[in-house]
Design a protein around this ligand. Structure first.
Ligand SMILES: [Zn+2]
Length: 344
């Protein structure tokens, strides 16, 4: 099969022909129709994230069709339309059993890092890593839009639940122009947030941010973000700040912009500490919340909501396998608004 190989950290992709995967016991093989190209996997291409094994086929936001199943597989069958659950979790530890498998005690890594992923004509995974598309998602006709749901929309759905967004809440999204940020705006709109504010350093992305649900846009490159957010809320402060950038230069203004009962949700980030004023945390009963990917149920819930037309994915850049490197160059330069995907 044709595949896009990552041969080392920061190395350009190489097109290659590799043996077709065959399923062992408990495994299934799917023909890939499309695979999303988000920042999470771009960090591996750019070398900011080192993989345990090279060469590696990256990618996890797939739309695919099951074409072979190994011995003992009963949960998927030939012809099923599937996407992938991004995490390899054990399924039997405390956290897996209470439906919080992103905290799995025996975490086995990620599709497209610890196993080969979707930047290829076929993908082999344990059958339980595949999640079937519900009726109502036309994965054959729109594979790119179907494939990215598992992360680009499921991650925001979880954030809405973690932050308990209600119709009374003003929500601000930091990094609103990125692939996850744009989808966060859409899901916050769907959740009937009272007012949605998009913060980004790239004003070119604001038109799309408004189309996807933002009521107000704030250009962070001009500074004074917390002040602008307080002005935008009449001095009251925002209820929920969602930070996809998550370094001190975003987390600190996000926290400062929160009003009484405010919730700050952090996703990703530099890993460096930031300053928080405990007096404000106490006085205003502020919550700081981490949110990792989504549970299987949240992926399935998101698929169901897309199938019913509640919201949809925005894939703005599509390219064939052969153009993976050029697509990732555009990702590196932050030129992509919404999500990019390879269509195979
Ligand atoms: Zn577990």
């Amino acid at each position: 099969m044709k595949a896009v190989l990552l041969t080392g950290p920061g190395q350009p992709f190489q097109m290659a022909t590799v043996p077709d995967p065959t399923p062992g016991p408990g495994e299934a093989v799917a023909r890939v129709l499309a695979c999303g190209s988000g920042l999470t996997i771009h960090h591996a291409r750019a070398g900011r994230l080192k993989l345990s094994h090279y060469p590696r086929i990256i990618g996890h936001e797939i739309a695919a069709e099951i074409v072979a199943v190994g011995a003992g597989v009963t949960d998927v069958k030939m012809g099923d339309g599937v996407t992938a659950y991004f995490y390899f979790n054990c399924g039997h530890c405390h956290w897996c059993r209470i439906n919080r498998e992103t905290l799995c005690e025996n975490f086995g890594g990620y599709v497209g890092r610890e196993s080969d992923g979707g930047y290829a004509e076929y993908i082999k995974l344990p059958s339980r890593s595949f999640v079937k598309f519900p009726e109502g998602i036309d994965w054959r006709k729109n594979p790119a839009e179907a494939g990215v749901i598992t992360d680009a929309l499921a991650t925001p759905l979880k954030v809405i639940r973690r932050a308990r967004v209600t119709p009374h809440d003003t929500v601000v999204v930091f990094g609103a122009g990125g692939g996850l940020g744009i989808h966060m705006l859409k899901v916050a709109r769907w959740a009937r947030a009272k007012k949605i504010i998009a913060v980004d350093t790239s004003a070119a992305k604001f038109e799309t941010a408004v189309k996807c649900g933002a009521d107000i846009t704030i250009d962070a490159s001009a500074g004074r973000v917390a002040e602008q957010l307080l002005e935008a809320t009449g001095g009251k402060g925002v209820d929920v700040a969602i930070d996809f950038v998550s370094n001190a230069s975003t987390l600190e203004p996000a926290l400062a912009s929160l009003g009484k009962g405010g919730r700050l949700v952090t996703l990703g980030g530099s890993g460096k500490p930031f300053n928080a004023d405990p007096a404000k945390l106490l006085r205003d009963e502020i919550e700081i919340i981490g949110s990792r990917y989504a549970t299987r149920q949240e992926v399935m819930d998101t698929l169901e909501l897309v199938a019913r037309g509640e919201f949809s994915a925005l894939v703005t850049d599509k390219a064939p396998l052969e153009q993976a490197e050029a697509l990732h160059q555009r990702l590196e330069k932050e030129l992509i608004i919404g999500r990019a995907a390879l269509v195979i």
